[in-house]
Ligand binder design. Structure first.
Ligand code: NAD
Ligand code: UDP
Length: 336
């Protein structure tokens, strides 16, 4: 297939692009590099042994999208978004503009180009403060911060678009907590600035680049009091996109699908597993809860198995091992 990967130099997009290129798909990446490095394009080529095309451009720019969709594209995979919860609380309008306006623009460009298949990056954040875990795709949806609102609005507008265009197919992939890196250590999570997520921060601490990890609260109603999440290896996620490609090509309508392992781990369990597997100490301090955090969230991943024939293969040990290999090999992230 000819695939346009919007946001393809980012963390999840780069791992997915490697898998797609290795399978012989024609991959064209469109990314404005607001949170990624152009070096990623070389690394994807190096690992996959295949050339991927790169267009530096913004999904809010019609000309960039027209370039991205030129020559016939079978499926668009849409990763391009701003994703920091804290940042979204400080700059909501920028999140609405980038994520929501960008997605409207993308759907308009896809309509003009006659492209009918979309794989969309949603998030477990759409479940907000879930009353019951694990969450299924039918669990109530809830907004708890501006980033979450953009994901919910994007899901809704893709759903509405599918109703008005009955031939259009979209999967709304609700990722839980992606961690880890490609086993080659060549690509990984290389955000611009200080990471806000647990695993990339933890590996910085393990590498001695930060003095300690702040554990945000140990008074949650969880077995050890720290937050519980469904961590999923980024390579498992990448594989799920391959299955989603064939699903959207055969099934019109908008289909939400949880992508998680179906198992939750606490912050302390993650720290202990990391220390045991990587043989490095992770100094930490318990601090106040982080605003906007939920106590526990993990997926019921049955639907992904039923519809996509996909299930996560990698365990927490492998996630830690690969995240650490990436950190050690790339102590300052991607070269600038
Ligand atoms: P990332 O920031 O590493 O990748 C996103 C990429 O999109 C970056 O390369 C960025 O430069 C690009 N981008 C952003 N806005 C753009 C625009 N207007 N035009 C063109 N390119 C643009 O993030 P990621 O972790 O790879 O996440 C990918 C997607 O998955 C996002 O939509 C995110 O909301 C979603 N998601 C991520 C997580 C997570 O924890 N990483 C969890 C759930 C959902
Ligand atoms: N967390 C933490 N310290 C950090 C970053 C995160 O204790 O420096 C906790 C956070 O409170 C949550 C879990 O780790 O319980 C996962 O947080 P992350 O930001 O990675 O994902 P999300 O909150 O989006 O699920």
């Amino acid at each position: 297939m000819r695939i346009l990967v919007c946001g393809g130099t980012g963390y999840i997009g780069s791992h997915t692009s490697v898998v797609l290129a290795q399978m012989g798909h024609e991959v064209r990446i469109l990314d404005n590099l607001s949170n990624s490095s152009p070096v990623v394009v070389e690394r994807i080529g190096l690992i996959s042994g295949r050339r991927v095309e790169f267009i530096k451009g913004d999904i809010r720019d019609r000309h960039s999208l027209a370039d991205g969709l030129a020559g016939g594209v079978d499926v668009v995979i849409h990763f391009a978004a701003l994703k920091s919860v804290a940042d979204s609380c400080a700059r909501p309008l920028e999140y609405f503009d980038n994520n929501i306006s960008g997605t409207i623009n993308l759907l308009q460009a896809m309509t003009a180009a006659g492209v009918r298949h979309l794989v969309f990056s949603s998030s477990a954040t759409v479940y907000g403060n879930a009353k019951q875990v694990p969450v299924t795709e039918e669990s109530p949806l809830q907004v708890v911060n501006p980033y979450g609102r953009t994901k919910l609005v994007m899901e809704d507008l893709i759903r509405d678009y599918c109703v008005s265009h009955p031939e259009f197919g979209a999967t709304l992939l609700r990722y839980f907590n992606p961690v880890g890196a490609h086993p080659s250590g060549q690509i990984g999570e290389g955000p611009i600035g200080t990471p806000g997520n647990l695993m990339p921060y933890l590996t910085l601490v393990a590498a001695g680049k930060r003095p300690f990890l702040q554990v945000f609260g140990n008074d949650y109603p969880t077995p050890d009091g720290t937050g519980v999440r469904d961590y999923i290896h980024v390579m498992d996620l990448a594989e799920a996109h391959v299955s989603a490609l064939s699903y959207v090509s055969r099934n019109p309508g908008a289909t939400p699908i949880n992508l998680g392992t179906g198992r939750g781990y606490s912050v302390l369990e993650l720290i202990q597993t990391f220390e045991r597997i990587c043989g490095v100490e992770v100094p930490y301090r318990i601090v106040e809860r982080r605003a906007g955090d939920v106590a526990a969230l993990w997926a019921d991943a049955t639907k992904a198995q039923e519809l996509l024939g996909w299930r996560a293969r990698f365990d927490l040990e492998k996630m830690c091992e690969d995240a650490w290999r990436w950190q050690v090999g790339n102590p300052d992230g991607y070269p600038t």
